[in-house]
Ligand binder design. Structure first.
Ligand code: HEC
Length: 135
């Protein structure tokens, strides 16, 4: 009896393991690899710690807005993104980035945008100027 139980468990484990490993390798055919500009933009994003104030897919700091889908925002176009990065604001530092670095960050944000949609809760600017998320 014991042998039968152990054999059954082993068979179930083997089938389950096979399924997990054979399924997890499936690639999303629509997913694109980042090009060199996007990778360079990601490096600048990391070096300048944009993530401490901004979120991608809701993860990061909450002082500034989520930037996951800013690249396809119908109102905030490339010039808008460029303006923020070039001048900074009262709350966002001006990092004095070179044009090429800004282009790369925009390439990175475009790549992130194509990776999916992030449904961000309605944002609200408080009197202190910070963003609060209405849950
Ligand atoms: C110290 C916090 C902080 C850091 C670091 C920061 N930002 Fe910001 N950013 C903000 C805030 C806050 C705003 C919203 C505008 C405001 O309130 O002044 C903003 C706005 C923006 C916007 C416009 C977003 C929109 O939806 O209107 C973009 C684009 C942006 N930041 C990009 C960047 C990039 C790229 C970096 C890194 C190089 C960066 N930020 C680093 C705080 C920051």
């Amino acid at each position: 009896m014991k042998v039968l139980v152990w054999t059954s468990l082993f068979v179930i484990f083997s089938i389950y393991t096979y399924l997990v490993y054979s399924q997890c390798d499936q690639k999303d055919p629509t997913a694109t690899q980042p090009d060199t500009a996007a990778i360079a933009g990601f490096n600048t994003w990391q070096q300048k710690n944009c993530q401490t104030c901004h979120q991608l897919y809701g993860l990061g700091g909450y002082m500034g807005p989520d930037l996951t889908n800013i690249a396809s925002d119908p109102v905030k176009n490339e010039a808008y993104i460029r303006a923020f990065i070039t001048t900074g604001t009262a709350k966002m530092p001006n990092f004095h980035l070179k044009d090429a670095e800004i282009n790369n960050i925009i390439a990175f944000l475009r790549w992130v945008d194509k990776s999916g949609r992030n449904i961000v809760p309605k944002e609200k600017v408080t009197l202190s100027g910070n963003y609060n998320l209405d849950h």
